[in-house]
Design a protein around this ligand. Structure first.
Ligand SMILES: [Zn+2]
Length: 88
C-alpha cells in the first residue's frame, strides 16, 4: 500500500479504502462498474475538473475516443475539452 496514484478514499459502493478512480469509487470498483456498465449509478452531483481528467485518462487507456468518453461522462464534447484544457 505504499505506492498510489491518487487520493485515498473510502469507496461509496463498498466502503473499502483505496485509490480514488472517479465518482467516489476506488480503482477496482470503478473497473468493475465500468465492465458491468453500472457507472451511471454513481453519477457525480458535481462536475469536478480533476475528476474529469482522471476519468478521461482511465477511459482513454481503455481505447475510447473523445466522443465516447464525453458520452460516458455524461457531458458534451465541448465540456470535456474545456475540462481538459483547464487542467492542462
Ligand atoms: Zn467499492
Amino acid at each position: 500500500m505504499s505506492a498510489h496514484r491518487g487520493p485515498v478514499i473510502r469507496c461509496v459502493c463498498c466502503g473499502r479504502t483505496g485509490n480514488h478512480a472517479a465518482r467516489g469509487l476506488v480503482d477496482a470498483c470503478y473497473a468493475r462498474h465500468k465492465k458491468h456498465d453500472t457507472l451511471h449509478r454513481f453519477r457525480r452531483r458535481y462536475q469536478v475538473v480533476a475528476d474529469t481528467v482522471e476519468e478521461y485518462a482511465f477511459l482513454s487507456e481503455l481505447g475510447l475516443d473523445d466522443t465516447q468518453i464525453a458520452a460516458r461522462l455524461g457531458i458534451s464534447g465541448d465540456a470535456l475539452k474545456y475540462a481538459l484544457g483547464r487542467a492542462a
